[in-house]
Design a protein around this ligand. Structure first.
Ligand code: LAQ
Length: 360
């Protein structure tokens, strides 16, 4: 423990020695960026801007953390991956579809994100994995990298490193994240929802704080910067570009990107095709429903009733519902004018159940 705090002190002192540049629009010379914003819409867009505009001839490092949010991968299904009712219960915690692939993670201020961009010809996934691993070890924690590129302590995951098709690595480091919230928001129960695209790989997780009670975002940031500069001594200059959201908000690419991320078209409309089979038993029989949806819109809904009680026949009402929901936005039908049905008609009870199913 003593050794550990000595190590941390050394990093803190090192941090004070490092010169921090004032926030300016980037120029070719900057290779290390540290965001002062905790707005996930800004940070994710800025990361994308760096990737698309810098294509660095020198290695580039970007570090940031976000206010609480759930971040899904580009080709994922939010209804399958995110506990949307639990998310809605926490006002101001959004889910965001990022522009890169991979699985779903939870971000809060106890979680630090890193991305390392390299010229394609010198891209070495092992070298970048080792930078973060060495940073954690320099903080006195005996971490390892598993065969999925997760960084773990023992068998529990603390971070993920993802390799994009083009040359950059990004990942998240759990330092002091609310793990209960992480579990609550990512726990879903939709086994009968079959979705194209990418499924997350759920793993047991833990925080760096569990192994060293004093570790902070600053310690981790400094350790990664140290290891990055050791690995790429040519990364010039050795100062850090502090990124302020206010300096960027009028840059067209950033403005457009930040507006697009929360839009329905991006957040829900990019959802790959899925089929959801659900059933429920009512007083009048058991309803079996198969919904097929693509890009957030219902392509088809099939309703079948079995074990019908008293031979009640509502097939006409159900056919009307099948036709009505087609082409509607999945999960966004609360304000639709649903055809008025008789109070006693089984389909009235059915439709309120179906709306709840799609709303969960
Ligand atoms: N913040 C965080 N860090 C590490 N692992 C997490 C986190 N949140 C959730 N998880 C665990 O990972 C799995 C999903 O693992 P899976 O391997 O499916 O996906 C990922 O790891 C994607 C990482 C994307 C990193 C980007 C970097 C900048 S923006 S987001 C989830 O079910 C939890 O068990």
């Amino acid at each position: 423990m003593l050794l550990l705090s000595a190590l941390i002190r050394r990093r803190v002192l090192h941090c004070h020695r490092r010169s921090f540049a004032s926030a300016t629009l980037p120029s070719a010379e900057h290779s290390i960026y540290l965001s002062r914003s905790t707005n996930p819409y800004f940070n994710l867009t800025f990361e994308d801007w760096l990737f698309r505009h810098k294509t660095p001839s020198e290695p580039l490092l970007f570090l940031y953390r976000d206010d609480p949010c759930v971040v899904i991968g580009r080709n994922q299904n939010p209804w399958k991956e995110v506990n949307l009712p639990a998310l809605r219960a926490r006002e101001g915690v959004p889910f965001i579809r990022r522009r890169s692939g991979g699985g779903t993670v939870y971000h809060d201020l106890g979680n630090t994100n890193f991305s390392i961009h390299l010229p394609r010809q010198s891209f070495d996934r092992h070298a970048t994995a080792q930078i973060v691993l060495r940073a954690v070890r320099a903080l006195g924690i005996d971490a390892n990298v598993n065969d999925r590129n997760d960084i773990c302590v023992g068998k529990e995951k603390i971070a993920y490193k993802i390799v994009n098709r083009r040359a950059y690595h990004h990942g998240t480091m759990l330092i002091s994240t609310e793990l209960k919230t992480l579990g609550d928001l990512l726990r879903t129960n939709k086994d009968t929802m079959e979705t194209k695209g990418v499924a997350s790989v759920r793993s047991p997780v833990c925080n760096l704080r569990q192994f060293s009670t004093n570790i902070t975002h600053d310690h981790f940031v400094n350790a990664v910067i140290d290891e990055f500069l050791d690995e790429y001594p040519t990364a010039l200059p050795r100062h850090i570009n502090l990124v302020d959201e206010a300096d960027w908000k009028d840059v067209e690419y950033i403005k457009h990107g930040m507006a697009e991320l929360p839009s329905w078209d991006w957040a829900y409309g990019q959802t790959p095709e899925f089929i959801y089979k659900v059933k429920n038993t009512f007083s009048w029989g058991t309803a079996h429903v198969t919904i097929r949806s693509k890009h957030g819109v219902i392509l088809e809904c099939k309703i079948h009733v079995s074990d019908s009680v008293n031979g009640s026949d509502s097939s006409q009402s159900f056919e009307e519902i099948e036709r009505f929901v087609q082409d509607k936005k999945y999960g966004f039908m609360q304000n639709e004018k649903i055809p008025v049905l008789g109070v006693d008609d089984p389909s009235t009870e059915f439709i309120s159940w179906l709306l709840k199913v799609m709303d969960s």
